[in-house]
Design a protein around this ligand. Structure first.
Ligand code: NAD
Length: 406
């Protein structure tokens, strides 16, 4: 297989987080595995959420079951309400029970939240508030977002083939600090009686140090290059960011560190994205740059993410939203969520072999020409969300169980 057709998110069974394996999971759905006697059991909290979330989560769950069974892994799934679905059911976007179930599981797989119905809700009753609280509650401060241009999808990129081909980068975004959480924040009136609104970009040294270490570890396991993105020519918080990242770099002499201003990084990502290996940046810059990077790959429907803390379960989710414009129409691309399940196995549980099975199955389904609308190009077979899921499932099911290989 050519290098450009492989996923290379690095092989981070994180040295920067602990993994607990046996925890209680209330009212689990027991999944029986036929290919091998399960030697390992993990509890997974599923949060389908809103819009296309339930469509893509049900596919990822089935793929996880089969890939796991081939590696002798049993999953105990617990599905909980989150986002708009939780608002309708319980009146809040993140019920306590959902958070406690998530916290006590081994990993959390989220679909997406949000939709027109709740857009006008007060801030504390918006689905998005539930998502921020979930990330905060799980203390997942490091968000890993790979953007890989697959050879099979190079024509789906909006960039010229020669620019997009071979792109394989990882954005490491700080997720629980910065301007999205900083205080003071709010609406007010200034001394001249003029209405104002304000937010605060604030980072403590430990917050920068820990995300920098995750990024250096990640870069070390990829191609050894880390670019830290900031706005140190203007913002004090960015000057501090650069100082701390430079200090942490002394612990990683084998990783080549560079710094770039965010405006230049936004430009370089479309000019020459292949120059990047691993990027580390703050919450807001990471939010924007990782969405930009996603478009290089062709579709937001292809991109997974992993959010990790120092201990406890990780949160795995596609980077796209609930896509209300196509929800319920069997048009969603489920591959971002399926690949998030692969990240869950690799980064959350350290089950690299099972993760590889899922990645290979996705490549196999693409090699056989199956495409959802967002990645379709003439000459391929246009399929809906369900059929794409079935094709990936066929690919996983056709793999030989590890018990037979060993
Ligand atoms: N993590 C999350 O749950 C998350 C992230 C972003 C947005 N949102 C929420 O989602 C809702 C819609 O937001 P948006 O429209 O800005 O972003 P979006 O990602 O939902 O959709 C953007 C565009 O991409 C398409 N798209 C997204 N995922 C796709 C997939 N898997 N397959 C095919 N096409 C796909 C959509 O149809 C739409 O045209 C809002 O309520 C927003 O707050 C949630």
């Amino acid at each position: 297989m050519a290098a450009s057709t492989q996923f290379n998110a690095g092989t981070v069974r994180s040295p920067f987080r602990l993994q607990s394996v046996s925890k209680k999971s209330p009212k689990p759905t027991r999944i029986s595995c036929s290919a091998a006697t399960p030697a390992k059991r993990y509890s997974i909290t599923l949060l389908p959420g809103d819009g296309i979330g339930p469509e893509v989560i049900s596919i990822a769950k089935n793929v996880l079951k089969v890939a796991g069974s081939l590696e002798g892994i049993e999953f105990l799934f617990q599905e909980m309400p989150m986002g708009g679905a939780a608002l309708d059911l319980t009146g809040v976007p993140l019920p306590d029970e959902t958070l406690s179930t998530a916290k006590s599981s081994d990993a959390v797989l989220l679909g997406a939240i949000g939709g027109y119905k709740w857009d006008k809700n007060e801030k504390h009753l918006k689905p998005e508030t539930g998502l921020l609280k979930l990330r905060e509650g799980l203390k997942v401060f490091a968000n890993l977002r790979p953007a890989t241009v697959l050879q099979q999808l190079v024509d789906s990129s909006t960039l010229k083939k020669e620019v997009a081909e071979g792109v394989d980068l990882m954005v490491v975004r700080e997720l629980t600090g910065g301007i999205y959480f900083g205080k003071p924040r709010g609406f007010s009136t200034n001394e001249n009686g003029v209405e104002i609104a304000y937010n605060t970009e604030v980072y403590a040294a430990y917050e920068i140090d820990r995300i920098a270490r995750v990024a250096f570890e990640t870069a070390r396991k990829r191609h050894g290059k880390l670019c830290s993105v900031d706005k140190a020519n203007v913002l004090e918080a960015s000057m501090f960011w650069r100082k701390r990242v430079t200090e942490i770099a002394t612990e990683y002499p084998d990783v080549e560190l560079s710094h770039m201003y965010v405006d230049n990084a936004a430009m370089q990502l479309v000019r020459n994205p292949k120059q990047f290996d691993t990027i580390v940046t703050n919450n807001i810059f990471g939010d924007i740059l990782s969405d930009e990077a996603s478009m290089i790959t062709g579709s937001i429907g292809m991109l997974p993410s992993a959010s990790l803390g120092e201990s406890g379960p990780g949160l795995f989710e596609p980077i796209h939203g609930s896509a209300p414009d196509i929800a319920g129409q069997d048009k969603a691309n489920p591959l971002a969520t399926v690949l998030s399940a692969a990240m869950l196995l690799k980064y959350g549980l350290g089950e690299e072999n099972a993760a590889k099975r899922i990645e290979n199955a996705v490549l196999d389904a693409l090699n056989r020409g199956f495409r959802t609308g967002d990645i379709y190009s003439p000459g391929n077979k246009l399929v809906g969300c369900k059929e794409m899921g079935e094709e990936v499932l066929k690919s996983v099911s056709s793999q030989v169980p590890s018990a037979v290989l060993n």
